[in-house]
Design a protein. Structure first.
Length: 236
């Protein structure tokens, strides 16, 4: 398998406080990898280091053959490493189409129309609601819009930060079905989630982070075979 993202011994933190303690993680091309862990484990901090918003103290991040450690976030986006932020960070006073078009900055600008069509094919509901103000849509629709906006930037790897957060059980189900579909279409995805059960159903591999370190890495079957992990993360 071809490696797409390789995180090697990353240490980082805030001020003097070390949060990430030598984190290693890898995502191969076309793979769906789940990054699991409870509140405060360091998942968001790792995301911020990958996107160039928090500096790595040491270690290395390689993406698609390029050294991406501590480079400017604009270059990160340009390289095709695209983050979809947690929650509903769409622009509430812009309509659906305008929100999507804003995702097509940098290299994707010339292909905006064809990318927009692709996103509308994936999310027919967004096509129907092109002119609706994003702020008036439901939580699930805003989350879809956020993912659609990420796809406008032509991702090689899409990092989804808690896409199921705040959604009703039915919409959570729909969201995971959609993520599995994106994976089947060949997109590499790093899924950062607290919803362990459903993430494991669709992931090829998973990492469990605790206190800024990777405690486990392996297939969902391997994770579920561990009594202590099952108890800690699924409560069974
Ligand atoms: P959550 O799912 O709750 O976001 P997480 O696994 O993403 O959890 P982080 O948000 O990375 O965890 O937090 C890891 C640790 O870093 C926590 O102890 C948190 O208090 C601390 N932390 C996060 N952001 C900052 C910051 N800007 N300044 C100082 N400490 C921070």
């Amino acid at each position: 398998m071809t490696e797409l993202l390789v995180i090697d011994g990353i240490r980082a933190g805030y001020g003097e406080v070390e949060i990430l303690r030598k984190v290693d993680l890898c995502v191969n091309k076309g793979e769906l990898v789940a990054l699991l862990g409870s509140n405060g484990a360091g998942k968001t901090t790792l995301n911020s280091v990958m996107s160039g918003l928090v500096r790595a103290w040491s270690g290395r991040i390689m993406f698609d053959g390029q050294d991406m450690t501590n480079i400017h976030y604009r270059q990160v986006v340009q390289s095709g490493l695209i983050q979809v932020p947690e929650g509903r960070k769409v622009f509430p006073n812009l309509n659906v189409r305008e929100n999507l078009e804003l995702g097509a900055f940098t290299r994707a600008r010339t292909r905006r129309a064809s990318n927009l069509d692709k996103v509308f094919d994936t999310f027919p509901r967004l096509r129907e609601r092109q002119t609706q103000l994003a702020g008036t849509m439901s939580g699930g629709e805003q989350q879809m819009l956020a993912i659609g906006r990420g796809m406008m930037a032509e991702p090689k790897l899409l990092i989804l930060d808690e896409p199921s957060l705040g959604l009703s059980p039915l919409l959570v189900e729909e969201m995971f079905t959609l993520i599995a579909k994106l994976r089947r279409e060949g997109l590499a995805i790093l899924l950062v989630e607290q919803n362990v059960g459903q993430s494991l159903e669709i992931a090829d591999r998973a990492y469990v982070m605790e206190n800024g370190s990777i405690r486990f890495s392996g297939t969902p079957t391997e994770l579920l075979a561990s009594d202590s992990l099952r108890q800690a993360y699924l409560g069974v």
